[in-house]
Write a protein that binds this ligand. Sequence first.
Ligand code: URA
Length: 269
Amino acid sequence: MGEGSRRVWMEALALSLAWGADEALEETPVDRLSPRPGPPPTTLPGPAGGRPLPRASPRPAAGGPAVSAAERAAAAAESPEALRAAIAAFEGCSLRETATTLVFADGNPEATVMLVGEAPGAEEDRAGLPFVGPSGQLLDRMLGSVGLDRTRVLITNVLPWRPPGNRNPTDTEIALCLPFLMRHIALVAPRWLVLLGAVPTRALTGRAEGIRRLRGKWLEIPVPGLAGPVPTLPTYHPAYLLRSPAAKRESWADLRLLRRKILSAGEKK
Ligand code: URA
């Protein structure tokens, strides 16, 4: 390869990485630009003179048959292990095809505090455990600051599979995975839920306000299968705190609210 071509390829690679394409999905590269034989067409006509637009793959409508299938599979699970197996067998969410592993939960399944994050990142996808990368290390330090650790909490995510390139989860992906999360909460029956960031907060509370508004306030979330609503505390996601360390003060205040609840319920710190 000549020096000029090498430079062009290196620039293309750097651009792919900047756009979040940081995982190889197949052994060999796929040329999506050359014409391919046979119907159906995989592209739509693009803007006049421009490159054709890729045809979006059909997605299940939120509330459609795939969501109903997820609800049925989740409801049939009678234990966290059975739920994990049900998620592993669920074929309705295409994220499972691009993820390396299913990331279900970490910590104590009998914990009274359950934390819910957004979705696995690259490290979690490799390890099969939530929050093991840099934001997980910060989360561990935050928990430690109020006398908690992974033996005293259970940690999970809204999505059990990593979205490619860590892109934001779509509403459809959230709708497909939410029945499993709700069932997980019902099976664990925590006394308190902590929602890490905007995605779990919106998914579980249905509230449109941003995380800045909702953090630091106890909300009540009804969970099918549980006798009463679960007291729930939204707070910032640790990844946001890594980018905006000034917000750690507010997170610390939120964690003190949690500690106060635990202490006032008579649990050892
Ligand atoms: N961010 C999350 O929301 N969850 C993880 O498991 C890791 C990073």
